[in-house]
Design a binder for this molecule. Structure first.
Ligand code: PLP
Length: 461
């Protein structure tokens, strides 16, 4: 047999040239793209064509929770591909059935559980949110959806309308009417002038209650939120906030959608972030960590009450690849590996024993660090010009010359062999959930050194 991969170019220059000529990249001015060709990846590292290895503190787009090329996951995909690569959604399929059961189980469903018992599969996170808001609107018969300003919910038209961050601007006016944005809690830069987490919680809930009052709670189908806001700052809500939102939803008959596309599947040291606060949403959307992007997969976990709405009434939505067998087989394998290897527990322990304490020490050493916050393997280092005024090291949505201090910091990390995620005035420490303590310490030591670059832009407070 000829090499099945014959035709895929082997040299770096051809890969780069073909990318430049033919690949249209996400969220980019195409003429400014110069994508780094990556040759291979294993565990917590990926390697370029010159043999330079990077410790991945970004998990790519915060999705490679299980690390690269996990042998058992790769083998499961290979074996299932040899058995069956595709079958359309209307047939029952072993991998799809078991993936749905397992995902419900880790969400707390099952006999005597919390009612999160059904899964609608999509290809990724944005489509999961599209379907969640469709379900909520049809279930309640109401038009509006509330979402937070500091959020990202996906790049498709409905999901970008839910999104509060600047990625929404380029698509406005968005085509999903009835989306209303509100402010979630953010103690370090409180919109509510609070001085304690308790006060932040109380005032953020009072704000949401006011928004519901003026919008008319009876017109609101759903509140969607990231339980721990991801790209927009790793904002860990104060204790009591999510429970308070749950209570408001119960009072007014509103569907609570927890967007766990980034926060779920181990990232926060739990299967789902809401479990950290014992809150049960009506719908959970997921993608990324469900199978670490080895194949595209996302979905909505649906509670019994909403599922019943569509028992006799047709659900008006579907996808050719809903519950793709190969993607579902990879989810089954991935969840079982997570259980067998204690990967959720590893993420939790890394947060409490290594990343949290080390980042706290790093913050003491560097005047450019205003705050560190997070849990599990989900941490933000918030960078400031001045700790007293909390002026951001670079402005909101900075680009070009304005973004220079953070770009230089990221470059300093990369030169030393660590690949960070940066966003606005923050550097996020978001390694795979399988990262070892040794690797975490190695990456944090690099960050410690690299932060000297950011310090040069401060007043030295
Ligand atoms: N929701 C959240 C919280 C996300 O972080 C993302 C992607 O980063 C999405 C939704 C969209 O997911 P996808 O890019 O898989 O469509």
């Amino acid at each position: 047999m000829t090499d099945p991969l014959a035709g895929i170019p082997a040299d770096k220059d051809t890969v780069a040239a073909l990318d430049k000529a033919h690949v249209f990249h996400s969220w980019s001015a195409q003429g400014q793209i110069s994508a780094l060709p990556i040759a291979s990846a294993e565990g917590s590292y990926f390697t370029d064509y010159d043999g330079k290895r990077y410790l991945d503190f970004s998990s790519q787009l915060v999705n490679v929770n299980i690390g690269y090329q996990h042998p058992r996951l790769v083998a499961a995909i290979q074996e299932y591909a040899a058995r069956m690569t595709t079958i359309q959604p209307a047939f029952a399929n072993d991998a799809r059935s078991e993936a749905a059961r397992l995902i419900s189980e880790v969400a707390g469903g099952g006999a005597g559980g919390n009612g999160l018992n059904k899964v609608f599969f999509t290809n990724a996170g944005a489509e999961a949110n599209e379907n969640a808001i469709r379900m909520a609107r049809l279930h309640t018969g109401r038009p509006k959806v509330l979402a937070t300003y500091r959020s990202y919910h996906g790049g498709t038209h409905g999901a970008i309308g839910l999104t509060g961050d600047p990625r929404r601007w380029g698509t406005e006016p968005y085509i999903t009417p009835g989306v209303v944005h509100f402010w979630g809690p953010y103690p370090y830069r409180s919109a509510f002038h609070s001085s304690s987490p308790e006060q932040e919680c109380e005032r953020a809930l009072a704000h949401l209650r006011d928004v519901l009052m003026v919008e008319g709670a009876q017109t609101v189908a759903a509140i969607i939120l990231e339980p721990v806001v991801g790209t927009n700052g790793i904002l860990v809500p104060p204790d009591g906030y999510l429970a308070g939102v749950r209570e408001l939803c119960d009072t007014y008959g509103i569907v609570l959608i927890s967007d766990e596309v980034m926060a779920g599947f181990g990232r926060c040291g739990e299967w789902f972030a809401v479990q950290h606060w014992d809150v049960v949403p009506d719908l959970i959307t997921f993608a990324k960590g469900v199978n670490s992007g080895y194949l595209p997969l996302g979905g909505v976990i649906i509670n019994d009450a909403i599922a019943e709405t569509f028992d006799q009434r047709v659900y008006p939505g579907g996808l050719t690849y809903s519950g793709h067998p190969l993607a579902c087989a990879s989810a089954v394998a991935s969840i079982n590996i997570f259980k067998d290897e204690g990967i959720v527990e590893n993420a939790r322990r890394l947060g409490t024993d290594v990343i949290g304490p080390e980042l706290a020490k790093i913050a003491e050493r560097h005047p450019s660090v205003g705050e560190v916050r997070g849990l599990g393997v989900f941490w933000a280092v918030e960078l400031v010009k001045d700790r007293n005024t909390r002026e951001q090291l670079v402005p909101y949505n900075a680009s070009g010359a304005d973004a220079k201090p953070v770009v230089e910091l990221a470059t300093a990390c990369k030169q030393r062999g660590m690949w960070p995620m940066t966003h606005f005035n923050r550097l996020h420490v978001v390694p795979p959930c399988t990262t070892t303590e040794h690797e975490a310490r190695e990456g944090l030591a690099i960050l410690d050194e690299a932060l000297d670059v950011a310090d040069t832009y401060t007043g030295g407070a």
